[in-house]
Design a protein around this ligand. Structure first.
Ligand SMILES: [Zn+2]
Length: 533
């Protein structure tokens, strides 16, 4: 049974903030996988009267398709046994669905099914070591229902650091372009610039953006500047995606602000700010200087290897730490966020404050950094906290009041997000920040990715069980059940670069890499790259 090429979604309350539509009752028309202005009479219809219609969700920052996720899956076999996932029963004629495991880091097919079940149709893995990109693409091939891509780690890359060290910033830009092409990446990711290289050489970490990295003439500041300028000069759809130095360290708001000042006036994306916005330090207690973090179990997975060492030391949990030759590192520690624990409560409060105090919803994005701050399955509960003050106040009572002293939350923030603001932080905003012109909205020409919710006074229920989900024009969730699981499209870029780079880069590989230069690039990726302007 092939899905109808045409569909008219009739009479839903449409929330499409990118096109200025705020709950108006109107029809959305779909033909051949795209939104169109109208359809002839007699086209198939879907009655959405009384329901809420939004573009498909866009997860800008998640970890679900990488070799580090595979390490995490190995590290938590107990979670697999606790959450077995039978294969969904798809519509007749659909390819065989797969069983899998859930928990904090679900298996590939289950990840796709669960994103679809939440009404999400696009997701990015936010940290892939270039050397392991081939693995990520294989996992994306096995993650149905979502269009996806990868952010490529570059902030501790040996060849890049050499160019920074010798002031060869043009060559650094060409290398970034070559690496994005070679890996089929979508964006440049920086994690703890210089700090992971310092960790690998025994320096432990850097502590400010002007520290030297491993005694070399290279600093986090220079790495930030070089890669920010490279991403902008290459006209990438998404600017450099930055995880700052000093994650989780008391007083780190100073480092975060210094990083922002270092590249002031230039386009950049700072991620998981609630881990980088702590006051205090120098003997002062920690305090919130600004929630995506939910209480419960999570797994921290990051290229920020030195941070994972600290988490392991403070939590005593099992852990693993992996050096990736010439490129980056990785650490993994399972964690449980407890509402009475100081750090968990602080992160929760900072996250909520960032959302409730932010004047402009287009500049904040809902993400749990899955599975770092909790599973993406927590999004409905987080949406409820933002939209329903009474539920939020109940949750606040669970948190140790001493920990909330000084927080704006303790004074009772009255703000409640509207449906349109939720549509911004979960769809329109992330799509715009990613430079995805056909995602996150329902205007003519957009991809026909649509989520339709039945209204429910319990907002967590409403957002966790969409009534219908449409992916690329195909109805994949019907009456709350997954019925189809089409392969997603790959989102990647292929910027140009000066070939003069190649002889030097080949020499570098021949000298230092265990992988031959000619075998390094990922080959035969599906689909066309997203255009760089
Ligand atoms: Zn992350």
């Amino acid at each position: 049974m092939s899905p109808p090429a045409r569909l008219r979604i009739v009479g839903g309350a449409v929330h499409d903030p990118a096109n200025g539509i705020d709950g108006d009752s109107r029809d959305i028309c779909i033909e051949d996988g795209r939104i169109v202005a109208d359809l002839p009479a007699g086209a198939p219809t879907l009655d959405a009267r009384g329901m809420v219609v939004m573009p498909g969700g866009v997860d800008i920052h998640s970890h679900f398709a990488s070799s580090s996720c595979n390490h995490a899956r190995r590290l938590i076999p107990d979670e697999h046994a606790a959450d077995p996932v039978p294969a969904p029963k798809l519509a007749d004629g659909e390819p065989l669905a797969r069983s899998g495991t859930g928990g904090s880091v679900p298996s590939t097919f289950t990840t796709g099914y669960r994103y679809a079940g939440l009404g999400y149709t696009t997701a990015f893995d936010a940290a892939v070591a270039p050397l392991t990109a081939r693995h990520s693409h294989s996992e994306l091939d096995d993650t149905p229902c979502v269009d996806g891509g990868i952010f490529v780690l570059m902030g501790n890359d040996e060849y890049l650091l050499r160019q920074v060290e010798t002031g060869e910033r043009d060559r650094a830009r060409d290398y970034a372009a070559w690496l994005l092409r070679a890996t089929g990446g979508y964006a440049v990711k920086i994690v703890n610039p210089g700090g992971v290289e310092a960790w690998k050489t025994g320096q432990r970490n850097v502590s400010s953006i002007d520290d030297q990295v491993s005694g070399r003439a290279v600093t986090p500041r220079a790495i930030l500047e070089t890669l920010t300028d490279a991403a902008n000069a290459l006209h990438l759809p998404h600017p450099v995606h930055i995880h700052c130095n000093n994650l989780g360290v008391a007083g780190n708001s100073a480092t975060t602000l210094a990083s922002m000042e270092a590249i002031a006036g230039r386009r950049a994306h700072f991620t998981h700010l609630q881990f980088h916005a702590y006051g205090g330090g120098g003997g002062e207690p920690w305090s919130s200087a600004a929630a995506k973090v939910m209480f419960g179990s999570a797994v921290t997975i990051t290229a920020d290897a030195p941070v994972e060492y600290l988490l392991y030391k403070s939590s005593g949990r099992r852990w693993t730490n992996i050096d990736i030759e010439l490129e980056t590192g990785c650490g993994i520690v399972p964690l449980t966020y407890k509402d009475k624990a100081a750090v968990s409560a602080l992160q929760w409060a900072v996250g909520l404050e960032l959302f409730l105090l932010s004047q402009d919803p287009w500049r904040v994005v809902l993400s749990t950094d899955h599975p770092n701050g909790g599973s993406f399955l927590a999004y409905p509960a987080l949406i409820q906290l933002l939209m329903d003050r009474s539920v939020r106040d109940e949750q606040l009572k669970r948190v140790n009041p001493k920990l909330l002293a000084g927080s704006a939350l303790a004074d009772g923030l009255a703000r409640e997000y509207t449906l349109n603001e939720i549509a911004i932080i979960t769809r329109a905003g992330p799509a715009r920040l990613l430079g995805l012109r056909t995602k996150g909205h329902l205007g003519v020409g957009a991809d026909a990715d649509v989520t339709i919710y039945s209204r429910d006074p319990d907002l967590a229920t409403m957002f966790s069980t969409p009534r219908y989900v449409i992916k690329g024009g195909a109805l994949i969730v019907v009456e709350g059940y997954l019925r189809r699981a089409p392969a997603g499209r790959r989102l990647r870029v292929a910027p140009g670069y000066d070939d003069a780079l190649l002889p030097d880069l080949r020499r570098h590989f021949e000298r230092y890499s265990t992988v031959a230069f000619d075998n390094y690039p990922v080959a035969d990726l599906p689909g066309e790259p997203v255009a760089t302007a």
